[in-house]
Each structure stands twice: as C-alpha cells, then as structure tokens.
Design a protein around this ligand. Structure first.
Ligand SMILES: Nc1nc2c(ncn2[C@@H]2O[C@H](COP(=O)(O)OP(=O)(O)O)[C@@H](O)[C@H]2O)c(=O)[nH]1
Ligand SMILES: [Mg+2]
Length: 445
C-alpha cells in the first residue's frame, strides 16, 4: 500500500541517518527529499510546504531530549508532523445500546456498496446486530449487488424493488430494522458520475428524513488531492461525520487523498485496501505514519522511552558496556524489560523486529527470564559480583535454593557469559542504542 510514497520517505530517512553530520545543509536536503516524495504522492503543494517548513524549523531549533540523538530526533519530528497532517488518531465509537444509523455518501464507483459489506462484516465481528438498506434506486443492479454482499457477510437486507424514491426506501428500511432490534443500520445510497446537484439534493433529503447518527463519506483514494473538493461538496449538502478512503491498495495518489481529507478536518475512520469484504482497516494516523516510515509503532516506543528516561543508572550502564557485567546487572536488565511490559509488546515496537519473531520464541524468552531471575535471587552477593566462581557444588545449591534444575542454572551462566562477550564486541552496538533510547547516556563504541 502506498509503496512509492513509503519508498520515498524511507529513502530520505536512510540518507539522513547514514550521513556523517546533521547540519543545516543536511536538514535542508532531507526536507527537499521529503517534498519530492510527498508531491509525487499527489499531496497538495500547500500542505507539503506546510509540513516540510515545520519539519525544517523544528529540526533546526529543537534540541533532542535526553536519550535521543539528533538524527532520531528529526525522524521523530517528521513522524509527528505527518501524524498531524493526517489528523491524528480517531476511532469510530458506536453506542451498542441504541440503533446507530449510518448513511453512506459518495459518488458512483467510489466504493460505497463494497464498503457497506466491509463495515457490516467489521461490526458483526464486534457483536453488533447489523441490517443494511438498499437505497440506491438509481443504478440498475445496485440492489442485487448489495444483496449478494450481505449474504456473503450474513446480514439482513432491506430493499423494495417497486419503490423508486430512495428517501422512502431509506426511511422504511430504517424503521423496519429499528423495530427488529438491530443496533447498526447502514444505508447504501446512489451516486452519480460527478457531484451533481441532484445527487447532493438527494443526500440532503435523506439526511433530513432519516436523521442518521453518522454520514459516512466514501472517497476513492485514487483521485488524490481532489478528494478535498469532493469532501467539501458533500459536506455542504449533508454534514459529513467521517470518511472512508478506498482503493488505497496500489493507489499512487492515496497519500494525497488522505492528506487532503485530513486537512478538511474530517475524520478518516477506515481505509479500504482491496475488493474483498475483509479488506478494511480502522485508520489510525499514528500507526499509518509509523508504517509509512517503516518504524513499527515509533511513537509508542518514544513515549515508553520517555517514561523510563533517567531510570537507567549511568554508571551501571558504563560498567556493563565495558564488559564488567555482574549478575546484578544481568538481573537489572530483565527488570528493565519487565517494567516496560511484555517482551512481545516491546519487540513489536522496535523498528524492523516486529513480525520477525515467532511467538513461541518469545514465550520461551519470557519463561527463561522468570527462571533466571529466581536463580539470581538465590545467589549470594559475592556470587552475583563474580559469577565465574560458580562451581558444580554451587550450581547444585542454587538449583535447590531456587527450585529450578541444574540445567537451568548452567543455561543462565552460559547466557550471562554470552551477553558479557556481546557487550564488548561490535554486536553490542544495537544494545547500546536500545539503552540509549531507554534514557541512558551510553558511550559510543
Ligand atoms: N482495489 C479496490 N477496489 C475497490 C475497493 N473498494 C471498492 N472497490 C471496487 O470499486 C468498484 C466500485 O465499488 P462499489 O462499491 O460498487 O462503488 P459504489 O458505486 O460507490 O457503490 C468495485 O469494482 C469494487 O470492487 C478497494 O478498497 N480496493
Ligand atoms: Mg453502490
């Protein structure tokens, strides 16, 4: 999805990260690369300039917070600015205790009927009782199309082949489903080829007669920045409460469409990423931008880093990095990880790692950590400071003392040795980076 935009942004970032220095020239070049990538995705020029001006100004003026180096600080700034451009996070919340009436708006071919099916599927899975209303009386075949999709998803459809007045169909369908105890009623409507006045008038009267809780505008992502004109035209006829941007699979201009509707202040609740009923995603700008920049959930990671800023004891880290690692340090490392949440959660947040790790491996790692912690707690202070001295009788004693096996103890010792070696070698670099992110000022090596 949005491959070329992603590629463009990631290339800009890679160049920045690989560069020797982050001076004004490097920042300006970074900004130019960003502009090129965004304009190619059909993001409106004014929006592009707005975003990149902010990035440049902040990159030049703001000091990185403790624990973040300047390059990562700039990536963080870009992340925040793109997040803002796309309207931040928003979630469609429906009240289950009453019927929620949703009317679909959008021009013909934007993906309304398909999206009705996707939404029905999405909310059925969440336990809603969904009914859909076939109020597209304009296009021949529209009713059949909706019936087919509804059958596939397993929801009830209301249609009336003899009624040509879409407003009447919408009202009748709404009433029937309300009486039938549905708590989500989605009304599919007609579209014309353009935003013709007749279509907008029809939307206005459906709105005043049906009184929906939400007008959901469906916009075709392939139209790029034009999406904002379309959103504005519909909004004038009938207040748009939320937007679905469809066809983001393979849409080179999808970024432009998302930015354009984001800029109108409308909330993008969902995106369509394919023709099948499952190809719907809840839209979160934060997650989306993270994926665009190839950084997992960077924001969550940064928030977490901030939370633990300063908690890493600098002397300890320095000692660990130089390879003088005690068992206490080893224990401290586990505890650091434990404080941050489950290992799986943390790894999901680390760029490049998410998805690469099997859950069995993670479970094993978490189990190991528990085991090792209990063994370390059974050690004396001397043993913790100099684990090399742990001979066979001591291993036996520790196993008994901690309720673990001798094999567990030996595994811990092997891992300790390995980690100690790792800290000294070049492979420790990544770990140093992690710790630096977690707030420790770690010497570069
Ligand atoms: N690739 C892709 N095609 C889509 C998506 N959403 C809808 N379509 C296709 O767009 C066409 C028009 O969709 P339809 O729901 O009939 O639009 P409507 O006229 O607004 O009701 C159909 O061929 C759909 O399969 C999407 O997210 N991705
Ligand atoms: Mg349709």
């Amino acid at each position: 999805m949005l491959d070329s935009l992603r590629q463009g942004l990631q290339n800009a970032i890679t160049k920045l990260l690989k560069g020797d220095v982050v001076d004004e020239a490097a920042i300006k070049e970074f900004v130019r690369d960003l502009q090129r990538a965004l304009i190619q995705a059909d993001v409106n020029v004014k929006l592009v300039l707005g975003v990149t001006e902010n990035v440049q100004k902040r990159a030049l003026e703001e000091k990185p917070p403790a624990g973040l180096d300047r390059k990562n600080q700039i990536v963080k700034i870009l992340y925040e600015e793109l997040d803002k451009l796309l309207g931040g996070d928003q979630e469609l919340k429906l009240d289950r205790t009453k019927p929620n009436i949703v009317v679909m708006l959008g021009i013909q071919g934007s993906g309304k009927t398909t999206t009705v099916g996707k939404l029905a599927r999405f909310f059925v899975k969440k336990g809603f009782k969904v009914g859909v209303v076939a109020a597209d009386t304009f296009r021949p075949g529209a009713v059949t199309q909706l019936k087919t999709i509804a059958q596939q998803v397993g929801v009830d459809v209301y249609s009336d082949d003899k009624e040509k007045d879409s407003v009447k169909v919408a009202v009748a369908g709404k009433r029937l489903f309300e009486e039938g105890g549905k708590n989500l009623i989605i009304i599919d409507t007609a579209g014309r080829h353009k935003e013709e006045q007749s279509l907008l008038d029809e939307m206005s009267s459906i709105f005043s007669k049906v009184k929906p809780d939400l007008n959901l505008l469906v916009v075709d992502g392939t139209i790029g920045q034009q999406a904002s004109n379309q959103a504005a035209a519909f909004h004038k006829a009938s207040p748009v409460g939320g937007i679905v941007v469809t066809k983001l699979d393979g849409a080179a201009k999808g970024g432009g469409a998302l930015a354009a509707v984001g800029a109108t202040g409308a909330k993008v609740f969902f995106i369509g990423t394919g023709e099948r009923v499952d190809d719907l995603e809840e839209f979160s700008a934060t997650r989306f931008v993270g994926r665009l920049l190839g950084m997992g959930d960077l924001k969550a990671l940064l928030d977490m880093a901030k939370q633990y800023e300063g908690e890493v004891d600098e002397k300890r880290v320095q000692r660990m990095m130089s390879g003088r690692l005690t068992m206490d340090d080893f224990l401290f490392q586990f505890e650091q990880v434990n404080k941050m949440g489950s290992l799986k959660k943390i790894l999901d947040l680390i760029p490049g790692v998410s998805g690469n790790m099997k859950s069995e491996d993670l479970e094993k790692a978490e189990k190991n950590m528990k085991t090792w912690k209990s063994i370390i707690q059974a050690m004396t202070a001397e043993e913790r400071a100099a684990p090399e001295k742990l001979n066979a009788p001591r291993v036996k004693r520790l196993a008994q003392g901690s309720g673990r096996t001798e094999k567990d103890v030996r595994e811990l010792l092997a891992r300790y040795k390995q980690t100690k070696g790792l800290m000294k070698t070049g492979k420790g670099r990544e770990m140093r980076q992690m710790l630096r992110r977690a707030g420790g000022q770690v010497p570069r090596g």
